[in-house]
Design a protein around this ligand. Structure first.
Ligand SMILES: [Zn+2]
Length: 316
């Protein structure tokens, strides 16, 4: 149908609507096609959130952490209300709120995002709509303002304004909330370029976000400002901030202490040394992999190889 035929069949306004609709449909179709390519690799990871239970674990004093799916959620409750660190996936918000209601009837006043990744922030729009103030390092907010592609290849879509952090900080900021000085610390780019560690100073508990995790090789988002060097530097800073009595809530995994953090740091330093040696020897990426730089730390396989290749690419 050419334009003249359309004009004859439909009034002008209608024609423009049709063109607009066709354009919109084409744009949507294009977006679906483009996005389809990006999400194909993670289709297998799609989760049935109906089956996820939220478990509440006591850490110390009035501090808890919740496990469900995604990053550990730090929670502090008290007379001032509730502050949480990270909010996992949007379909879990009701269950997360129910778990918090078992601890206190007061609402969530603040949501601190340890960084922008979806498995820590997907609940932002729900909590924002419910009236919580969302707080993050400034770079994390900037990442959330538009669609990002993670180093894993996964696309993370921009959040609606209601889900964006309305309060941001650069190096440090402090809350005095529930009788607890709570320091937000940006230890520099590491996991991403907008990481925040949340230190409950009086209770001596720290939520590290994904700068420190308890699965073997930590994901480093080189696409979004992360680097192996940065991660090592950040763990050095973290180790200097805390002490042997500090309880660490890692981004993922079980409660830990400073020794665990130092072991993790040493693993990263050893692997970096192996990569640097391979680089000095002029090894190609394939030859580097043959030297098994992560041997003794991570099981051989595709995941480890991808991690090593991305890290090796940092040292051009
Ligand atoms: Zn992350």
């Amino acid at each position: 149908m050419d334009r003249a035929t359309v004009l004859k069949l439909a009034p002008k306004q209608c024609y423009e609507e049709m063109v607009a609709m066709t354009y919109k449909r084409m744009k949507n179709l294009l977006a679906v096609i483009l996005f389809g390519f990006l999400i194909i690799p993670i289709q297998g990871m799609a989760q049935d959130f109906d089956n996820i239970e939220i478990t509440t674990n006591h850490v110390k004093d009035n501090i808890y952490y919740l496990e469900g799916s995604g990053g550990n959620i730090g929670v502090i409750v008290g007379d001032d209300g509730v502050l949480i660190v990270d909010d996992q996936f949007a379909p879990l918000t009701n269950k997360i709120e129910a778990a918090i209601t078992d601890l206190t009837k007061l609402p969530v006043t603040f949501v601190v995002n340890s960084h922008f990744h979806y498995d820590h922030t997907d609940g932002n729009e729900n909590f924002g709509r419910a009236g919580a103030f969302i707080v993050a390092q400034d770079n994390a907010r900037r990442r959330m303002e538009s669609t990002q592609v993670l180093a894993s290849g996964r696309a993370q879509e921009a959040y609606d304004d209601i889900g964006l952090p309305k309060i941001t900080f650069f190096d440090t900021m402090r809350f005095y909330f529930n009788d607890e000085p709570i320091e937000l610390i940006h230890t520099g780019p590491g996991h991403t370029d907008g990481d925040a560690q949340v230190y409950f100073m009086e209770s001596n508990v720290i939520h590290t976000g994904d700068m420190f995790v308890r699965y073997v090789l930590p994901f480093i988002d080189q696409n979004n400002g992360g680097s192996l060097d940065g991660m090592i530097e950040a763990t050095d800073r973290l180790a200097s901030i805390i002490n042997d009595e500090t309880i660490i809530i890692p981004g993922h995994g079980q409660l830990s202490n400073r020794d665990d953090l130092l072991n993790y740091r040493n693993m990263l330093v050893t692997i970096r040394g192996n990569l640097a040696r391979a680089k000095v020897q002029g090894l190609s990426p394939a030859e580097m992999l043959e030297t098994e730089p992560a041997d003794g730390f991570a099981p051989a396989g595709d995941g480890t190889n991808q991690w090593l290749l991305r890290a090796y690419d940092e040292y051009r």
